[in-house]
Design a protein around this ligand. Structure first.
Ligand code: GDP
Ligand code: MG
Length: 165
């Protein structure tokens, strides 16, 4: 099995945008890994000469009672259980939310290697990049400012992810 990297985070932070960017390197659509997402949210991709499988998960909303969100949450939890490393995506323009804190709590308990991405930082401007700092409070270590949409910072974040596999 190739190493599995799961992309998690609350809804709307840019997980699918990041997934689609990384999936440009796809070498194969993963048809059927039992147990995880209903949709085709797995791709085998080559990154820096290594094959990995990336997983896009639905939004992870801890404590949510609604059954659809509950399902999405369970999908995300399954992905986290199966994976070898996690990219935890946050929205740096919105800032740290209690939902992020809850996800962080769950991820700390999972014991899996986590890389935090502070997304939607679309320029190199210092004031914008500084917004990433707030996410250190989650206690998950280094925070990578990225723009999933424009590709900024994604390379150095992925270097760290690959180093954890
Ligand atoms: P998901 O729910 O976490 O999968 O989030 P999506 O990938 O669907 O993105 C949610 C919204 O955020 C969409 O409108 C995206 O276009 C937007 N978005 C994602 N990444 C970025 C980014 O790097 N910069 C900006 N400005 N918007 C982004
Ligand atoms: Mg999505």
């Amino acid at each position: 099995m190739k190493p599995l990297v799961a992309i998690v985070g609350r809804p709307n932070v840019g997980k699918s945008t990041l997934f689609n960017r990384l999936a440009r390197r796809r070498i194969a659509l993963v048809e059927d890994i039992p147990g995880v997402t209903r949709d085709r949210h797995y791709w085998d991709v080559e990154y820096e000469g290594r094959d990995i499988t990336i997983i896009d998960t639905g939004g992870f909303v801890p404590g949510e009672k609604d059954s659809l969100l509950q399902q999405v949450r369970e999908q995300a939890q399954l992905a986290v259980e199966e994976c070898d490393a996690i990219i935890f995506v946050t929205d740096a323009r919105v800032g740290l939310t209690s939902a992020d804190q809850d996800v962080a709590h769950y991820l700390r308990q999972s014991g899996k290697p986590v890389v935090v991405a502070a997304n939607k930082l679309d320029s190199e401007s210092g004031t914008l990049q500084a917004l990433a700092g707030e996410f250190f409070k989650m206690g998950l270590g280094e925070v990578f400012p990225i723009s999933a949409e424009h590709g900024l910072g994604v390379g150095s974040m992925m270097e760290t992810v690959m180093g954890k596999l």
